[in-house]
Ligand binder design. Structure first.
Ligand SMILES: Nc1ncnc2c1ncn2[C@@H]1O[C@H](COP(=O)(O)OP(=O)(O)O)[C@@H](O)[C@H]1O
Ligand SMILES: [Mg+2]
Length: 324
């Protein structure tokens, strides 16, 4: 087995993913739908948010679930080994070479999960793209191409679109791997999941956590997401044992801003912020669109346009009027 294959554990041996929050329900609905296709899926999200969990879920929900799920860490492979790792080697490909199966072949009839695809060296990106386009592999030194039947799922915590603009990630490969794409929200944006995660990880001991501990947990922003959450609580239970967990037992990593985060997940698009501002002003103006337009020094049409784009539409909260 290749050193870069991070896991071949059958997915059904993994604990069921916890997803109480509306955001995770939406994600699950998307995964269910996407699982019925063979299109490539790109999973984005911060480190520790559960991208691999989502990839396994996708595989489990798909008709390929009885086939292999091969997870590979693309960041860990030296560029000159990529070809042999991807496609394997034929017997006698070079002096002393044994026949060795590559990732594509290992994942035949299953799912190949290319984790941290943003870390794949540029030369390897070219090779990967060629293979994905052709659907056949050439093991190093082989005389014949081999057909493989795989579903590709990629994940990255990097802002790949930015990388495409900076030309550190091939645009054509980006399009090829992101036919479908999902985003795993950071833990701080789905606090409803914290309790069920704690129960999944620690069972009944999670019930012993006091309200003040929960307040602290919910106030923290969890840059390392679910992975950090589990570690912090594991540490807390060990230090507190045999007594109850107290605030001083919660020791956070304090990585804060130093964690390499996708900035786009930390901020909102400008049009959303503008729409919120319009909604807020509309509320101040008692739902009167003309007054809102005057306050914002724009036309009523502009106000309507923003109200139409906002996802947290204030429409339902009150009725607004056109008149002064
Ligand atoms: N929804 C979830 N339910 C249960 N465990 C989860 C969930 N999301 C993440 N985890 C756990 O958190 C850790 C990090 O998840 P992982 O999928 O490896 O994150 P990523 O690939 O985004 O870095 C793993 O131990 C995983 O089992
Ligand atoms: Mg991962």
């Amino acid at each position: 087995m290749s050193a870069f294959v991070t896991s071949t554990t059958p997915s059904h041996l993994y604990p069921a993913p916890q997803c109480r929050s509306p955001r995770m329900h939406v994600l699950r609905e998307h995964l269910k739908r996407y699982a019925q296709t063979d299109s490539a899926v790109l999973i984005r999200g911060e480190t520790g948010s559960g991208k691999e969990v989502a990839a396994r879920q996708l595989h489990q929900l798909s008709p390929r679930c009885s086939g292999p799920f091969i997870a590979v860490n693309c960041g860990a492979i030296p560029a000159d080994l990529v070809e042999a790792e991807l496609f394997g080697t034929a017997l006698g490909a070079f002096t002393g070479a044994r026949k060795r199966r590559g990732w594509f072949e290992l994942a035949h009839r299953g799912t190949l999960f290319l984790d941290e695809i943003g870390d794949l060296p540029l030369s390897a990106q070219t090779t990967l793209l060629r293979t994905l386009e052709n659907g056949v592999i050439w093991p190093v030194g082989a005389e014949q191409a081999q057909h493989v039947d795989i579903r590709i799922v990629c994940a990255t915590h990097r802002p790949v679109l930015e990388m495409v603009k900076e030309r550190t990630f091939r645009q054509d490969l980006y399009h090829r791997i992101s036919t479908l794409s999902v985003f795993v929200p950071p833990l701080r944006h789905r606090k409803e999941d914290m309790m069920s995660l704690a129960h999944a990880f620690f069972g009944e001991r999670a019930d012993e956590l006091s309200p003040s501990i929960w307040r602290r947990i919910e106030a923290y922003d969890w840059p390392g997401n679910v992975r950090e959450f589990r570690n912090v609580l594991t540490r807390a239970f060990i230090h507190a044992s045999p007594g109850p967990v107290r605030l001083e037992h919660l020791t956070f990593s304090q990585l804060g801003e130093r964690v390499d985060r996708d900035v786009s997940t930390r901020t909102k698009p400008l049009h959303e912020a503008l729409a919120e501002h319009v909604g807020h002003t509309l509320r101040l103006c008692g739902g009167n669109v003309r007054a809102t337009a005057r306050a914002l020094r724009v036309s009523p049409t502009t106000v309507y346009r923003y109200l139409a784009t906002t996802t947290t539409a204030p429409h339902g909260e009150y009725t607004y009027s056109r008149d002064t």
